[in-house]
Structures are given as C-alpha cells and as structure tokens.
Design a protein around this ligand. Structure first.
Ligand code: PLZ
Length: 445
C-alpha cells in the first residue's frame, strides 16, 4: 500500500491544469453551499493524496508543500512508520476514553514528553485534542497550583480560538472580532521584536517586567505564557537573552513560566523545542501540531508538583490522548529520532537563510529575513522603510500558489511570508521551492 502510494505521488512539483483546476472549482462550489463562510481556505485546490513534501490535488497537480499544514506534518505526508502504526491501532481499537479505561500508548506518550521536554525535574503530562485546549488547560493548572489569577501574554501572541485562548491571542481580525466578551485577568506586555524595536533581549525583558510589576503586581501573576518564537504573529524571534531574563523573573516571583511550543516544537527549530536554544527550562510546555504528524493530539507537560496539584478528576475530556493519535505520536517521535530531523531542520535553515539573504540584496521589499531551523520567514516592507507591505505578501502567496507551491503569510500586519517545510523535504524540492519563491518576490517587488 505504502509503496504504490509513493510511486503514484513521486517527488516533483507538476502543474498540469490552471490552478485551481476544474475538479477543485466544482468542489469549491459545493463547499460554498454547505460549509460556514467563517471557515476559509487559503488555497482552494482540493487534496486527494500526499507523500513526503508533495500534495496531489483532485486534478492531478503535484503541489510542493512549504507549510506542512501549519507546522503539523514535520515528518512529511504518508510516512510509512506512521501509516503502519495508525493502521494497526485502528484495527486494534479506536477509543475507550482514557478516563474510563486506560491503555499503554497514552502512558508512553507522557514518558516521551517527560524525557524530551527541557529539564531533568520530575514531570507529568495531560493529553488533549488541540493546541487551544492544551493552552487553556495549562492556564487552568497554573491558576490552581498557584492560587493566583493573572496571566501575562505578549503583543503579537497567538494561543488559540476558544474563549480563554482568544483572550490570550493578540490580534483582533480575524480571530476575535465580535466574539467577545473575553475571559478576564489577561494582561498583555511588549514582545522583543528586534527588527522593529532594536532592543537587546535584556532591555526588552526589563521593559516587559516593569510593565507587569506596575500594572499587575508580581504576586498576582499565576503564569507568564509565551511562544519562544512567535508563530501566527509573524515568526518573531526574540533577541537573545529575552527568554532567559523572563524565565529568571518568573522563578524569582513564584510565577509559572509556560512555553507555548505548539508551532515551534518537535524539531521545527533545529532542536526538540525552541527554548532549548538558550537552555531555558519552562515550568510547563504546551505541544500539539508536530507532535502527532497530523493526528489531533496536544499536551501539557509540566513540573510534577504543579501538574499534580489539581484535584482528582479536574482535568480530562472524551477524546484527549485518543489511542490512534497516541500511536501516531509515538511513530512521529521515533521517526524524528531515527532520521535526526532536528539536524535536518538546521540544514534547511542554513540553505534557506543564505538564499533569502542574498535575495534581500536584490529587492527592496524584503525588510528582514529571520528564523531558526525550518521555521523561517521574511518580513515585507515598503521600499526604504519598515512600513508593513501586506500587498506584497498577498501577491507572493498567490504567485506561489499559481505555480503549485504552498507558502503561508502571517504577522500582525499580514506582511510576513513564513516557510514551514516538512523536515523530510529533499534538497531538490527545497531548491525548486526557493526558485518559485524568488520569482514571486521579484514579481511583487
Ligand atoms: N498556540 C503557538 O500556533 C495554532 C492556527 C491557525 P490549535 N496555530 C495555527 C488558525 O488560524 O486557527 C496555535 C499556535 C500556537 C496555539 C495554537 C492553537 O492550536 O490546534 O489550532 O487549537
């Protein structure tokens, strides 16, 4: 089954119809009749099958994936180890509800999370279905364990779309507009954004901490929640020293430091977690996306004394840690380890950063090139300024799509192009994708 899939997909980008092709156009008309307009699609080719870094649409176009379904399929599509593990688990049993009758794979996932997340302290985890749910539970646990209520979040943050996580997310459109009232006791402070603020990590941390102490009061703060590299907000890499300074402040003040590694975790940045880069040890880590290679699974992993402070029965949910998703996570983690995908992410980063920096020399609209490992981005500006250029970002995404490449925009101002290729992307595929991207940037310049 796996080998025939491989041969039917191949490894090359091929555009054989207009994009979207006629079958995708027909499906899209059906979709518009029955799917809520609130759920949108960035790129309306309908997918039939996929392998590695290639998606095949219903018209037979072979699309090169530089987005991994927003940092999910890090190990690539239809990886044999995952297909095998999931198929066997589906045949064995699909659901019991862990709260009713447990099974080993849930425990194994928690063992892996304890071993892989930073720090050698005793840890415990709880499993959920989505990133938002993990973040929401991390906040619940931190409040319960500290007996405090305030939660500190940052400008440009993205943490989800549930009621609490909307409050934690910074950007109004499209995530929050008209969906209030929002949860209380959430306080937002400035992020380190080196391209725009020019501050060192220590200076940016001092600015944030001063604001917390003046406006909230350290003793009221249950948790400080931060994406170590911000995702939806614009792939903002804080200046070195920012995260360690915040981490120290939380430790000194009895505040739970929660790293939201939902987008940056699981080898994406060239380490298992983005905080590993500066040796920061969070009190809690939230994970999802890359954890289970496309099956819905999320986790909160934290210091055992925090995680176990919650009363019995205080955490849970029908599907959390579902056996099929747990099997997928174990296969995903094994694949990442066996194929050294953290190392591969670093190689991808070296190639892409060099390529985009040289392109930046030639075009006036690239203000900044940044990222780490295979979490990479360019920020587009009006020539000669730092004024956000969302028009260029839209044009670049659309040019890539027309040519069979998935590239994603992000950023508070919609002016950042992010690259999140599957970590198994080949050198040839990466070259091909960067070639299309360069043409797209030149045509938007
Ligand atoms: N925390 C850091 O990146 C999800 C959102 C896409 P869920 N990011 C993609 C969209 O527009 O809805 C994300 C994240 C970080 C939390 C989340 C939320 O994870 O699995 O989408 O709930």
């Amino acid at each position: 089954m796996v080998s025939s899939l491989e041969s039917s997909v191949g490894t090359e980008r091929k555009v054989i119809t207009e994009i979207p092709g006629p079958k995708s156009v027909a499906l899209h008309a059906r979709r518009q009749a029955v799917v809520s307009a609130g759920v949108t699609n960035g790129f309306t080719v309908y997918i039939d099958r996929a392998q590695g870094a290639i998606l095949v649409d219903v018209d037979g176009n072979h699309i090169l994936d530089l987005g991994s379904g927003i940092a999910v399929t890090g190990i690539g599509h239809a990886v044999p180890e995952l297909v095998e593990a999931v198929s066997q688990q589906v045949a064995a049993f699909t659901h019991t509800c862990f709260m009713v009758t447990p099974y080993e794979s849930y425990v194994q996932v928690c063992e892996e999370l304890a071993a892989l997340t930073p720090g050698t302290h005793a840890k415990a985890s709880a499993l959920f279905n989505s990133g938002s749910e993990a973040v929401e539970n991390a906040v619940k646990i931190a409040r319960h364990a500290t007996g405090r209520q305030a939660v500190i979040v940052f400008d440009h943050a993205y943490h989800g779309r549930t009621n609490l996580t909307m409050a934690l997310t910074a950007k109004n459109m499209p995530y929050k507009d008209g969906f209030g009232p929002f949860a209380g006791e959430v306080y937002r402070v400035p992020m380190s954004y080196p391209f725009l603020d020019g501050l060192s990590g220590a200076e940016a941390a001092a600015r944030a901490i001063a604001q917390i102490e003046v406006q909230v009061g350290a003793k009221n703060v249950a948790a400080l929640l931060i994406e170590p590299i911000q995702g939806e907000g614009g792939f903002i890499v804080p200046a070195d020293g920012f995260l360690p300074a915040l981490s120290k402040w939380t430790t000194d003040n009895g505040v739970v430091f929660i790293a939201d590694e939902i987008q940056s975790g699981f080898c994406r940045t060239g380490d298992w977690f983005a905080v590993d880069y500066e040796g920061v040890v969070p009190d809690m880590v939230t994970t999802a996306k890359g954890l289970a290679g496309g099956m819905p699974l999320a986790a909160v992993t934290g210091r055992a004394e925090l995680m176990n402070a919650v009363h019995e029965g205080g955490l849970g949910g029908t599907y959390g840690g579902n056996p099929v998703a747990a099997a997928a996570a174990l296969a995903t983690i094994k694949t990442m380890r066996d194929r050294n995908l953290a190392g591969r992410a670093r190689e991808i980063g070296d190639v892409v950063l060099a390529n985009l920096r040289s392109l930046q020399q030639d075009v006036a609209i690239i203000g900044d090139v940044r990222g780490r490992g295979a979490m990479l981005a360019m920020e587009l500006v009006n020539p000669g300024s730092k004024v956000p250029n969302a028009t260029a970002a839209k044009a670049i995404v659309s040019y890539c799509n027309q040519n069979g490449v998935i590239a994603l925009a992000c950023g508070t101002f919609g002016n950042v192009i992010r690259l999140l290729p599957p970590l198994v992307i080949t050198d040839e595929q990466l070259d091909d994708g960067l070639g299309v991207l360069a043409q797209a940037v030149r045509s938007a310049n």
